[in-house]
Write a protein that binds this ligand. Structure first.
Ligand SMILES: NC(=O)c1ccc[n+]([C@@H]2O[C@H](COP(=O)([O-])OP(=O)(O)OC[C@H]3O[C@@H](n4cnc5c(N)ncnc54)[C@H](OP(=O)(O)O)[C@@H]3O)[C@@H](O)[C@H]2O)c1
Length: 268
């Protein structure tokens, strides 16, 4: 009798934070990994740590902010004969310098990393999942995508809202074909995210510990959600309460509540 085929998952942004935690979590579950991000050495170090557990880890570096970043990644997978059963669209970041103060090229790259790449990768990889009758797609969005917009990181929330809606649509399209699609919407999570956007000190001072989750807890909620085929998962009770509150308040009041966020961080 032949051994059952091993599952494999492509994880974007696997060099740090939530993506790295996804890699460790899927490795524990016996899945093979395809790890991508820009920092090759980080990915290789992670692969070295995880392969002794019997997992195969392929490192395929890519810059998803480049014009043809997602296309190049898909081409690299094809040329290596890799057709993953799972896709975790996780790569992302925010900018806090303000919409007008940032160059258009920076906004463009952000849209490519967090909006174009996730849907392009899903479009490129889901057909084989449908053909096999099995697939798992987790789109790492954000609590910010369920809330009114904030100033300062003006495009971040709208991009994440798009990803939540696109996930819902794809969930409906694929739910009876063995392919589960989930938008994972974390709130404040310990990772490198706030070091990259330069707000670590401010957010640590502004937001108490109960508002923060570990990347590991976020990932477990995401994997549980996609296995259960839930279209949207907000990890953590506090985050679910905040999101529910914002949705049930009158628009103007909710905007003022969330707008206070940018003022607290002294961005506006
Ligand atoms: N941390 C939070 O509080 C929080 C809350 C809600 C949602 N999220 C979302 O969670 C996701 C993961 O963020 P994180 O918190 O884990 O942050 P992180 O620790 O900074 O990790 C971000 C990952 O994205 C990758 N990345 C960034 N730009 C890229 C590019 N141009 N091309 C390819 N990969 C790129 C980075 O890899 P390289 O630098 O090596 O390319 C890194 O692996 C993001 O989508 C973020 O929006 C985070």
């Amino acid at each position: 009798m032949s051994a059952p085929a091993r599952r494999s998952v492509l994880i974007t942004g696997a060099s740090a934070g939530i993506g790295e935690a996804f890699a460790r979590a899927y490795a524990r579950r016996g899945w093979d990994l395809i790890l991508t991000a820009r920092r090759r050495e980080r990915l290789e170090a992670l692969a070295d740590v995880l392969t002794p557990s019997g997992v195969k880890a392929h490192v395929v570096p890519a810059d998803l902010g480049a014009d043809d970043g997602a296309d190049r990644l898909l081409a690299a997978l094809r040329s290596q004969g890799l057709s993953p059963d799972g896709l975790v669209n996780n790569a992302g970041y925010s900018r806090t310098s303000g919409f007008l103060a940032s160059e258009w090229a920076d906004h463009d790259a952000m849209i490519r990393v967090m909006l174009t790449a996730p849907v392009k990768l899903a479009h490129g990889l889901a057909p084989a999942m449908v053909e096999r009758g099995y697939g798992r797609i987790v789109n790492v969005a954000s609590l910010a995508g369920t809330m009114p917009a904030t100033g300062g990181d003006t495009l971040y929330g709208p991009i994440k809202s798009f990803l939540i809606k696109a996930s819902q649509g794809l969930h409906l399209e694929l739910r009876d074909r063995g392919v589960h699609v989930t938008a994972l919407c974390p709130g404040y999570t310990y990772s490198e995210f706030h070091d990259v956007n330069g707000s670590r000190e401010e957010v640590s001072a502004a937001y108490p510990r109960w508002m923060w989750m570990t990347a590991e807890a976020v990932v477990e909620a995401g994997i549980e959600g996609v296995e259960a085929n839930r279209p949207r998962v907000i990890p953590g009770l506090a985050n679910r309460l905040l999101s529910g509150l914002a949705q049930h308040l009158p628009n103007g009041m909710a905007l003022r509540m969330v707008g206070g966020h940018a003022r607290r961080l002294k961005r506006l």
